[in-house]
Design a protein around this ligand. Structure first.
Ligand SMILES: C[S@@+](CC[C@H](N)C(=O)[O-])C[C@H]1O[C@@H](n2cnc3c(N)ncnc32)[C@H](O)[C@@H]1O
Ligand SMILES: Nc1nc2[nH]cc(C(=O)O)c2c(=O)[nH]1
Ligand code: SF4
Ligand SMILES: [Mg+2]
Length: 274
């Protein structure tokens, strides 16, 4: 099993809470937080499960909070119902350094929402870590990133009333308005080594992917090659992946894109901290 250092949670969300005022600052507005640090949902060591670095031992730092609300989000407690545990940069770095890994994956939620993500990435860069940032591609920040793992969100991610896991479609319009930002996406691919990782369910997703790639190729001053494009099956559980993966693998072959498995789901299903 992956090993983990538990992150203290709000008492109402705690499974194993050790009250610690410093780590449990609520997200209650500006000015009530330490200057440096991040809302952290979990911090653990596992194998990178997705993308071109699949299988590489990595430490995962999962920030809380997202500007989108994908109906299928496999990290519900960073988006639909965000946890508020807080860690200073020193605490995060100390936990990362306690593991024997040289790859760090910063994810969320949407990690690029937070100013301090750029500070953390600089500190990791200074220490020689390889950094991957898992991002929805709507926010660009000036930060040292070894692999921008960008997962632009398709129309099929939108939480319509029928698909809303938490309500009756209250987020539908906000999600739809925010899910694609061509300027941010262009800047991300121009400033970092990158992969584009699309969550796919079936062939209906393909026209939107092809249109977006055409727009991005027009806008960007760097090549966006088919080998930079990965199709990932939608599925937060083994059962769901069994329904989607073969169809998605065949779509990747048909279009000359790469396929990425979700190794961690195969190995540990939907267990937290994996
Ligand atoms: C939880 S997100 C966090 C990073 C960022 N917010 C994003 O969406 O890229 C991490 C990765 O999981 C993917 N993901 C989330 N839910 C999924 C699901 N049900 N099936 C397949 N991939 C999923 C996202 O597309 C993204 O590539
Ligand atoms: N093992 C493992 N690999 C991953 N790659 C990207 C992940 C993410 O949630 O961003 C993830 C994750 O949650 N677990
Ligand atoms: S953008 Fe990422 S973290 Fe946010 S809701 Fe979608 S999958 Fe979840
Ligand atoms: Mg994940």
């Amino acid at each position: 099993m992956p090993v983990s250092h538990s992150v203290d949670r709000e008492p109402s969300e705690a499974t194993n809470s050790t009250a610690n005022e410093h780590q449990n600052r609520p997200d209650d507005g500006d000015g009530d937080r330490p200057d440096d640090g991040l809302p952290i949902n979990e911090l653990f060591s596992s194998l990178q499960g997705e993308g071109t670095l699949a299988g590489v031992p990595s430490v995962f730092v999962r920030t809380s909070g997202c500007n989108l609300r994908c109906w299928f989000c496999d990290s519900y407690h960073t988006s639909w119902e965000p946890t508020h545990a807080w860690m200073s940069l020193d605490e995060i770095l100390a936990e990362i350094e306690s593991y024997d890994a040289d790859h760090v994956v910063l994810t969320g939620g949407e990690p690029m929402l937070h100013d301090a993500s750029a500070d953390l990435l600089s500190e990791l860069d200074d220490r020689g870590y390889h950094t991957t940032v898992e991002t929805n591609g709507t926010i660009h920040r000036d930060a040292p990133i070894d692999l921008a793992s960008i997962s632009p969100k398709l129309e099929s991610s939108t939480p319509t009333p029928e698909r809303d896991p938490a309500g009756d479609g209250e987020w539908e319009q906000r999600h739809e308005n925010a899910r694609l930002d061509l300027d941010a996406l262009t800047e991300l691919v121009e400033t970092h080594p990158f992969q584009l990782k699309f969550v796919v369910t079936d062939a209906d997703d393909m026209p939107e992917i092809l249109d977006l790639l055409a727009e991005l190729r027009d806008a960007a001053t760097v090549p966006v090659r088919d080998e930079n494009v990965l199709l990932m099956p939608e599925g937060a559980t083994r059962e769901r992946l069994a329904e989607t993966r073969t169809r998605v693998a065949e779509l990747a072959m048909e279009h000359g894109f790469r396929y990425t498995p979700r190794l961690h789901v195969d190995l540990w299903n939907d267990a937290p901290e994996t």
